[in-house]
Design a protein around this ligand. Structure first.
Ligand code: ATP
Ligand code: MG
Ligand code: FE
Length: 338
């Protein structure tokens, strides 16, 4: 079947066409990074307006690249949460209009489910149960997946998301926006052992995360050094911060896999693009006798192909949404709001 997928939950306007769920016929991603850069972060109202300007063009381009017209589609899928409500509504309205006009089913997809399913674009037949570390701009979750669509969040951040910490630390270090890739770049020239930043493991046995202490500690270190008039080595701070964040992410993921008896581990979300996280987790997973899967770089950050892949498995189950589907900014994984 051919599914048109639409993603507008944050600052990427994206549309994709998938054949049979895992064959990407097109995946157009129009990033608003340049628009938001001057504000140092995503401005919700600006994002909505930008989505509105771009959405029809992006959809037309996705269809054209796939060589299809609306009449040849079997379903249209759209992200309906979590995300910025004004941004979500743009994609949702477009999806509903297409579903109505072409008389095809509408499929509502959870954005985080999309991130997870980016892994199925790499390997369609991954065997359950699976453990997924979702690390993105707004989430840091350890998810136990018993089967398609069956999620249990067994650990989550209690404050900042991993990506948020990367972005805030980068801003303090004057590295620009978005912060994750900038930290990674700066860290290449730095010594990860230069500063021993705190690793928050929380209470014994907890699979939760906390990144605000680490973030504050980098910020305080920088301010104190500047007050004393000491020179700061930005690459060393970037490398030390990155190492501290990755250490905790890797350790907790391995512990979760052991406790829940899972041998196949997946990485998902924007921070899954981080090469230190990919290599360190790969090493730890291998030496614990398990296997790691992660999406290709473009499919880690926001895109519509991952939404189309998640939608395929809902299509098979006949999970269609009514045209009254609404945007749910705080939608949780495993929750269905239609
Ligand atoms: P969510 O998916 O939780 O709704 P989001 O969609 O805004 O949030 P994503 O697009 O999945 O987040 O990921 C963006 C985040 O990934 C940003 O915080 C960004 O800094 C981070 N990121 C991207 N590339 C890297 C990298 N190479 N290293 C570390 N972080 C990265
Ligand atoms: Mg984004
Ligand atoms: Fe995302």
């Amino acid at each position: 079947e051919k599914i048109l997928a639409i993603e507008t939950s944050c600052d990427e306007t994206s549309a994709a066409v998938l054949d049979g769920g895992t064959r990407i016929l097109s995946n157009i991603i129009s990033s608003q990074i340049d628009v938001h850069r001057k504000f140092g972060g995503v401005v919700p109202e600006v994002a909505s307006r930008k989505h509105l300007e771009l959405i029809n063009h992006v959809i037309a381009e996705a269809l054209q690249a796939a060589g299809l017209c609306f009449g040849e589609l079997d379903a249209v899928a759209v992200t309906y949460g979590p995300g910025l409500v004004g941004a979500l509504l743009v994609g949702l309205s477009a999806g509903k209009a297409i579903a109505y006009a072409a008389d095809i089913p509408l499929i509502g997809v959870n954005h985080l489910e999309g991130h997870i399913y980016a892994n199925f674009l790499r390997e369609p037949d991954l065997a359950f149960p699976l453990l997924c570390l979702v690390v993105s701009g707004g989430h840091t979750d350890l998810v136990y997946i018993a089967g398609h669509g069956e999620y249990r969040v067994i650990g989550r951040t209690r404050d900042d998301a991993a990506g948020e910490a990367f972005d805030k630390v980068a801003r303090t270090l004057g590295l620009g926006y978005p912060g994750g890739p900038q930290i990674e770049k700066a860290a290449v020239e730095g010594n990860p052992q230069a500063v021993m930043f705190p690793r928050a493991y929380l209470e014994e046995g907890s699979l939760d995360f906390s990144f605000s202490g680490l973030k504050s500690s980098v910020i305080n270190y920088l301010h104190r050094a500047r007050q004393r008039g000491e020179a700061v080595h930005i690459p060393n701070l970037a490398a030390s911060f990155q190492q501290a964040a990755v250490d905790v992410l890797v350790d907790k993921t391995i512990t979760a896999a052991q406790e829940h008896n899972v041998s196949l581990i997946m990485l998902a979300g924007g921070v899954a693009a981080n090469s230190l996280l990919r290599t360190e987790l790969q090493k730890a997973v291998c030496s614990s006798g398990r296997r790691l899967v992660y999406p290709s770089l473009v499919l880690c950050t926001d895109n519509a192909a991952m939404i189309g892949c998640a939608a395929h498995f809902k299509y098979i189950r006949g999970e269609f949404a009514p045209l009254t589907l609404n945007a749910i900014p705080g939608l949780r994984l495993g929750e269905c709001r239609y």
